[in-house]
Design a protein around this ligand. Sequence first.
Ligand code: AMP
Length: 214
Amino acid sequence: MKIAVLLGAPGTGKGTQAKRLIPFGFKHYSTGDMLRQAIKEGSALGKEADRIIHKGELVPDPLMIQLIETTFAPLPKDTKVLLDGFPRTVPQAEALDNKPNTRVALALNFKVPEGHLIKRLTGRRTCKNCGSTFHVDFMAPQKEGRCDKCGSELVQREDDKAGVVQKRLDVFYKQTAPLIEYYNKQGVLKHINADREADEVEAELLEIFKPWSK
Ligand code: AMP
């Protein structure tokens, strides 16, 4: 597989960009979306994740590693993967490295000044049905409170509420930010200025991924 990891704090637009790249032949895997789906379905993983996500903490590594291994197992060897929200800890990154077919080809560090992230996260609204995301100021839906894609209700994720957002950012800087150096050492790191219009970020990503289409 050819794997690009989307690194960066919550609210830097990783999911928005990954979804935009799907038409260019990428598979997008968001572990946050997968966990929210498991919560909806009420599975054992969903029950465990529900308690943790609400607090802004991380789901234990063994559960996450197993989730990713199960997801990747059936994929054809030439799949181009955008991994969004995984790895979030060094042990998760090592789990990818320890398998011959899941070494990371590119790690993109989405950068947004910390002061802007709180506004980006607390203003985010998510479609209850299809998971599309909007923003009350920066990416408002055509009809207030309704998803442009499927018309369902837009809600604020529990963990996008002000109290939890700061905790998620703290967890990011403590547990996930070390991955920036981890991938830098491997020579696969690239910084992305994500504090721009989504179209500009997308244009840069398409340029970066040009060699992948050969
Ligand atoms: P996200 O949608 O990526 O912001 O993820 C939402 C929440 O899901 C996170 O705050 C964590 O509680 C949990 N989560 C998602 N991915 C991971 C992961 N790779 N490791 C641990 N927890 C995760």
